[in-house]
Design a protein around this ligand. Structure first.
Ligand SMILES: *Cc1c(COP(=O)(O)O)cnc(C)c1O
Length: 399
């Protein structure tokens, strides 16, 4: 007889397994790169967020190594105690400049940045108005903040406006959206959301985890893409573990915003600062990302190449202009079987299924990097073309 606690966990684990929702990490040998060995198998990966190919850049690693020699490994304390080194201060100044904001503040992860911003800015009577398909960390952030939460239909600024109008102007209102949505790769309608926010005395916050470094001529992200000013997007959150290839996150904005977060954001105050070596490495990757615009050009040409190929194969793919390229297959079983068949041929492409995405839109989620080659994209296209009819035949229930 199992104890009740154990019994309950046992049942939940069994249910997750039976529902085909079992999750487990694979083990990667060596650096992040398109060609990799994972779980002992050589694969070509189309699933990382290393959009500019900087995660394993030798110059970024060298900057980390030099800082390790100078600072050691651990920061030793929180920013507000004595863990905030010269490297952190310099990175914050660089991030403020890169994003065209007065100041920037580092957080240890993007998840924590989102929790910390909403908790610091909003109280019980305040309202967050957010896109239904926002990243999980933003959905969790509004719950932790304990504020009123209103969710608008995906990418629908009119619905967002209606929700703003229905919430009283006597309290703070914050519209919150991903800049680039992580499952479809589509862009948020930022110009319309900025107008709605300004018209109603609300603020707009953009989580640009997938836009920074990638969109805009200088890699300034969704805001640069839409030419939105700091006044139109007063709260900009970015992560450092995606296009910038390191780890951590930041929030950029006015002096007053950054002071508010410094005083009140619990995920900033009560955690150890990121290692100084990561900050120093990020300064290097930020400089490279800004300067080497060929990485964005290369990525864009791979995106165009993949999209043309998918169209030629007659596959449904939404109009994403970003490195996140979903291929909609429909049934969960088909998406899973296809991902497994691709893996057998040495191609790592994840299947994304409900409830992560709406029913009937299970998909392969391809992500591209400037480190991919056109030949590698061709190999992916050819393999999908060859396997899809076989896989469809093999799972006739999955139509
Ligand atoms: C990855 C991601 C985060 C979380 O960032 P981490 O630094 O990985 O914790 C937050 N928001 C979005 C939209 C993301 O894609």
């Amino acid at each position: 007889m199992r104890a009740p606690f154990e019994q309950r966990l046992h049942e939940r684990l069994n249910a997750a397994h039976a529902a085909g929702r079992w999750r487990a990490p694979r083990t990667l040998e060596g650096a992040q790169s398109p060609d990799q060995v994972i779980d002992g198998r050589r694969v070509l990966a189309f699933c990382s967020n290393d959009y500019l190919g900087l995660a394993a850049d030798p110059r970024v690693a060298a900057a980390a190594r030099a800082a390790l020699d100078h600072y050691g490994v651990g920061a030793g304390a929180a920013h507000l105690v004595n863990g905030h080194t010269r490297a952190h201060a310099e990175l914050e100044a660089d991030l403020a400049e890169f994003t065209g904001r007065e100041r920037a503040l580092l957080f240890s992860t993007g998840y924590m940045a989102n929790l910390g911003v909403l908790q610091a800015l909003l109280g019980r009577h305040d309202t967050v108005v957010e896109d239904r398909l926002n990243h999980a960390s933003l959905l969790d952030a509004s719950r932790l903040a304990g504020c009123r939460t209103r969710r608008y239909r995906h990418g629908d600024p009119e619905h967002a406006t209606a929700l703003l109008e229905a919430s009283g102007p006597q309290h703070s209102r914050l519209i919150v959206t991903d800049g680039v949505f992580s499952m479809d790769g589509d862009l948020a309608p930022l110009p319309a959301l900025a107008v709605a926010a300004q018209r109603h005395g609300a603020w707009l916050m953009v989580d640009d985890a997938h836009g920074l470094g990638v969109l805009g001529e200088r890699g300034g992200g969704s805001c640069e893409h839409f030419r939105l000013s700091a006044a139109e997007v007063p709260v900009l959150m970015g992560t450092l573990g995606k296009a910038f290839g390191t780890a951590g996150a930041f929030v950029a904005g006015s002096r007053m915003l950054i002071e508010t977060l410094t005083q009140f954001s619990r995920t900033y105050i009560y955690t150890t600062a990121m290692p100084a070596a990561i900050a120093a490495a990020t300064r290097e990757s930020l400089a490279i990302a800004g300067r080497e615009s060929w990485r964005r050009d290369r990525l864009q040409s791979l995106i165009d190449h993949l999209r043309r190929g998918l169209t030629q194969l007659g596959l449904a793919h939404p109009g994403s202009v970003t490195p996140i390229q979903p291929v909609i297959l429909g049934a969960s079983g088909l998406a899973t079987a296809m991902a497994e068949a691709l893996l057998e041929r040495g191609l790592l492409v994840p299947a994304i299924r409900p409830p992560t995405v709406p029913e009937g839109t299970a998909r392969l989620r391809i992500t591209l990097s400037a480190a991919h080659t056109e030949a590698q994209v061709d190999r992916l296209l050819e393999t999908i073309d060859r396997l899809l009819p076989q896989v469809r035949r093999a799972c006739p229930q999955a139509v």
